[in-house]
Each structure stands twice: as C-alpha cells, then as structure tokens.
Design a protein around this ligand. Structure first.
Ligand code: ADP
Ligand code: MG
Length: 394
C-alpha cells in the first residue's frame, strides 16, 4: 500500500501535504562537532516521507509501518514503549510551537521510509525534517530550512533525549544534489560545496556495535576537554580544540599526557582535513579528496582509537582497489559503518567482492548500500510543491 493509500485507510481523508527528507552520510569530520570544528556530510537518495493533514480537534494521530496507529492528546509529554517513535514528530511540533506555530487544533501524520533505521544514515533526522517541512506547510508557518534543522535538533536533544550534534539535521535540511554540505559547528552556519554527480558513496555496514559505545563516546569527549585544559596549562589560551592549529600543537605536544596528545592530534588534524577537502572540492579536484578520507581513517585507528578490526579490514580492502578514491569509518566509530567515495568504475561487482572477502573473514556479510547525493528536506506534494520524487507515493 502506498503512503497516500495508507493515509486514507487510516484517517479516512487525503493528506494536505507530503514532505520528504533525505538520510545523510558523514563524509569527513570525525568527532569534530563537539570540539566546535567543521564537518562535511551528504544528503543521500534515501528518504523519509511524511504525509500530514491539519485537523480542528486537539489531537495527534500517527501511522507508521513500525506500530499500530497511535493517538495522542497531550502533545507535551514524551511517550514510551512501542509508540515511542512518535516522539520524533511530536518533539518537532513542540520545537515549532516555541517558534510561534499556531497552537490550535492538531494533525494526522503517516510516515514511510527507505532510510534503514539505526544504520548510521540518520533516519531520525530525516523523520524530523520531513515532519518539520510538512507541519510548516500545513500550518502556514515560514521558517528557513536551517531554522528547521535547529528546531529538529532541539527536538532530538530535548524531547527524544539523544545528545546529537547538528550534522544529522543540518545535512538532511541543507543537502543538495551534486553537492556536499559543510557545517561550521562553532558559528552554526552551513554551506554547500560542489561534488559532481559522477561520484558514488558506498556504505558497508558491519552491524557491529561496541557494547560500551555510549561510555566510550563520553570518554573521548572528556579526553578532548582535558586536552584543552592541559594545552592551556602550556600557555595556549584556547576555548576548544578548534582554536588550535597543528603547527602550534606540535610545539607543545610532548609536554602533554601521551593519550590526550593523541586524541587532540586526531581532532586538530581532522579539522584541517575537513578544510582541505573543502578547498579541493571547490577547486573541482574530487579525486584528491580520497586521500584525505584514508588519512582520516588512519588517524581514527591510530590516534583516536575509535575504530575496530572490522572497520579497519573494510578500509584496507577498499584502499587496495584502484576504483576507490577514499574510505573511512563514518559516524562515531566503535563499530558501525565504513563509507567509500568512488567514481563510476566502482560497480556492484566490486562491492560484492568486498562483501564476500569480509564474510570470509568475519562469517557475516556487511550491509551494502550505494548512494548518490540528494536535495534536502522539501515538499513533494501539496502547497508550494517544489519537486516530485519517483517513489511509491502513488
Ligand atoms: P538513525 O541512525 O537511523 O538515526 P536512531 O536510533 O537515531 O538511528 O533513530 C531511529 C529511530 O527513528 C527509530 O527507532 C524510530 O523511532 C525512528 N524512525 C526512523 N524511521 C522511522 C519510520 N520509518 N517510521 C517510524 N519511526 C522511524
Ligand atoms: Mg539518529
């Protein structure tokens, strides 16, 4: 059943609006966000679709393929249990209310998606941004896409309770086909950089997750904070690692605790790699970007120690293939996925050979996904429809 058909079947009416928002890939910028550095991501051609109808009753009705229809009267309290997915759209609604959304009435919302959930492609941000676009259109509220990204992140941080940075929502909102999205996490600004449409991004998902992943993230976060404190004791006068250059850092590196020095070297080097990638792309030299991706992975592996054997194995195989421009772990690390940037000569046959080598070694196939860059969140049907997407909308 298409999204529209399910909407009609569940709510006995047609939706006013259908909005779409893409999943995203972190292209480079590993653990740079909370150190107030930049990060580069790509909106991808996998989308969450949200169909929505404004209703006069003070009620919120939700339909998805993951649970039964959920009806909510009190929009201000997060839900638990099998309906807890509604916290993403409800959180967005609350963030928009704080920004002046008309508070009368409610809505019916149905969701459909081809962004795999929990695979590191940020289905949650795509759900938030598609919801934000749909609500704004149905309630006639005007906010820029960037403001919707901020409102959606606030929803995920405060209503859902996940302390994510701005990458997920920023890229899902600001993506552009043929482009990557650069986000400056200090000034909270985004811009797009041309990539060219002949590149593909491949995801190899290990489906592995370190059992201590949450505490390992917090440990790295704390180590970065401690590195800043030690650097200040060495006379650096900085507020965050993004305030350092590698040149200044190398002069004092030996006076730091060895582990903290490695963590800081990774973040400072990664921030500089992000900016080099930006420059290379602006010069139209996409091929040279690959080297920076491999360097990013080596730094994660050796200095930040957030890689695992499975990710290293994938990157090593990909590095040996001439059709691959670059590859690295994507996301927080300690498991998860590797992304590879390739030209058109890297086809499914090559991806299959990577997957079967991995299976030979680890006894289990990785999830493999080919993506292209895509536009950010938008209305696909209804008021001010700006686009159509070939999909199962029907
Ligand atoms: P991801 O890396 O995919 O963002 P998260 O754990 O942050 O992983 O978000 C996944 C959650 O988002 C799911 O558990 C679910 O609550 C919600 N979600 C994602 N896609 C859908 C969907 N199609 N329908 C309902 N909820 C969804
Ligand atoms: Mg998420």
């Amino acid at each position: 059943m298409s999204l529209k058909e399910r909407f009609r079947a569940n709510f006995a009416a047609a939706p006013d609006i259908i909005a779409a928002a893409p999943g995203r890939v972190e292209v480079i910028g590993n653990h740079t966000d909370y150190n107030l550095g930049p990060v580069i991501g790509a909106g991808i051609d996998r989308h969450v679709f949200v169909a929505l109808r404004r209703i006069p009753e003070r009620e919120f009705r939700f339909s998805s393929t993951v649970s039964d229809i959920a009806t909510v009267q009190d929009a201000s309290t997060p839900k638990s249990g099998s309906d807890s997915w509604v916290n993403y759209p409800l959180g967005v609604y609350n963030s928009l209310l704080r920004r002046g959304l008309a508070s009368e009435g409610g809505f019916e919302l149905a969701v459909e998606s081809d962004v795999p959930s929990g695979a590191g492609l940020s289905s949650s941000a795509a759900l938030e941004l598609a919801t934000a676009k749909a609500i704004c259109a149905a309630f006639e509220m005007e906010l820029s896409s960037w403001e919707l990204a901020i409102a959606s992140r606030e929803a995920e941080n405060e209503f859902v309770g996940v302390p994510c940075g701005i990458l997920d929502q920023g890229v899902s909102a600001m993506g552009e086909s043929g482009h990557l999205v650069h986000i400056d996490c200090r000034n909270m600004e985004s811009s797009v950089i041309p990539l060219g449409r002949s590149y593909s991004i491949w995801i190899f998902n290990t489906h592995k997750k370190h059992s201590l992943v949450e505490s390992l993230y917090s440990e790295r976060h704390r180590e970065c904070t401690e590195a800043v404190a030690q650097l200040n004791r060495e006379g650096m006068d900085i507020a965050c690692l993004a305030d350092m250059t590698s040149e200044r850092f190398e002069r004092v590196r030996d006076s730091l605790d060895a582990t903290l020095a490695n963590r800081a070297a990774h973040v400072i080097g990664e921030i500089e790699r992000v900016e080099r990638v930006r420059t290379l792309l602006e010069q139209g030299n996409g091929d040279a970007v690959g080297k920076e991706l491999f360097a990013s992975h080596a730094s994660s592996r050796n200095l930040f120690e957030n890689s695992v054997e499975e990710l290293d194995y994938l990157v090593d195989i990909l590095e040996s293939m001439p059709q691959v421009l670059g590859a690295r772990l994507t996301g927080g690390g300690f498991g998860g996925a590797v992304m590879a940037l390739t030209g058109e000569s890297f086809t499914e046959i090559y991806a299959d050979s990577v997957a079967s080598a991995y299976r030979g070694r680890f006894g289990q196939s990785p999830g493999v996904l080919q993506c292209h860059t895509a536009d950010g969140a938008r209305i696909v049907e209804g008021a001010e429809s700006s686009d159509t997407i070939e999909s199962s909308l029907g």
